[in-house]
Design a protein around this ligand. Structure first.
Ligand SMILES: [Zn+2]
Length: 301
């Protein structure tokens, strides 16, 4: 899988063109033009310390994995609306922690939702309860996300949940119930780890499903509780993502993970340093809107 840097330049030119158009006309917005892109899009939305990932298929089918903390719901809604989205075909709350499901109640209220998946793990927080109430008020049934379940997303796209194992008791740790999703589109593949930890990774490695992926969103914001050398060796990604807040109190991503990526020569994209990170692919070549190690975004924080 090649990351085509020439396409990056083209993207920048497109942005310039868009600004020129915006200056001369209010009929076209930047997003209208961008959304004519018929490639698969994966947006790692910058929600500070938390996760929110938007996926738009070439046919315009939409999927949202998590919606950041409670305070980020409106930002996620705005992001999706700027893309012209009115319906989320598949909505996934990876696990009941607030930095993942906090904004889901607002999202559920704001959009038509096709299918809604949560893991089999409840939580006693108001945040979790408000997600359940939002789903109930929309008569939206909650489907259980567990390993081996395949989701019907779009033609030519295979979407499979790899964790948690349905019958397994992981105790009280919410992270261990994280829904992990693998997406395959022709030759391009993405792995979304949620906050899954070593224990989940070893379960995934013990299964016979191929973990090889071009792009991986690392588990638990790059914490050393996730991303074992064994997992990275099986995934063999061309790029890794950490979704985390700038100077977050957990010191994510942790040094162990950064060192492992460096020794494995895997480029790392970070939402705290680069803002929204967007990948586009025709199923053969993957392009990104930014380059790993570019810190320009941070200057504006
Ligand atoms: Zn988290």
């Amino acid at each position: 899988m090649n990351f085509n840097k020439n396409k990056l330049k083209k993207f920048s030119l497109n942005v310039l063109l868009i600004f020129a158009l915006m200056a001369s006309s209010i009929i076209f917005s930047a997003c209208d033009i961008l959304e004519k892109d018929t490639r698969l899009q994966v947006h790692f939305i910058d929600v500070d310390q938390g996760d929110s990932t938007l996926i738009i298929s070439p046919n315009g089918r939409t999927m949202l994995i998590d919606a950041g903390d409670n305070s980020k719901g409106s930002e996620v809604i705005s992001y999706l609306k700027r893309k012209g989205i009115s319906k989320i075909d598949i909505l996934i709350g990876t696990h009941p922690d607030a930095d993942h499901i906090g904004g889901l109640d607002d999202v559920i209220e704001a959009f038509e939702i096709g299918e809604f998946y949560l893991p089999r793990k409840s939580h006693t927080t108001n945040t979790f309860e408000s997600v359940l109430l939002a789903a109930k008020s929309k008569n939206l049934s909650i489907k259980e996300g567990y390993a081996d379940r395949e989701l019907d997303y779009d033609e030519n796209i295979k979407l499979k949940i790899l964790s948690p194992i349905k019958s397994k008791d992981y105790g009280s740790d919410n992270n261990l119930y994280s829904i992990v999703v693998k997406l395959d589109y022709n030759q391009a593949s993405f792995l979304f780890m949620g906050d899954a930890e070593y224990k989940n990774e070893y379960d995934m490695l013990a299964s016979d499903y191929s973990l090889k992926s071009d792009v991986v969103k690392l588990g638990h914001h790059g914490s050393h509780s996730s991303t074992s050398p064994e997992l990275l060796n099986a995934v063999m990604p061309s790029a890794a993502i950490v979704s985390c807040g700038y100077k977050n109190k957990y010191s994510h991503p942790h040094k162990e993970v950064l060192d492992l990526l460096e020794t494995s020569s895997i480029p790392l994209y970070r939402t705290d340093e680069q803002g929204d990170i967007i990948f586009r692919t025709d199923g053969k070549t993957i392009t990104a809107n930014t380059e790993p190690g570019s810190y320009t975004y941070r200057k504006y924080k």
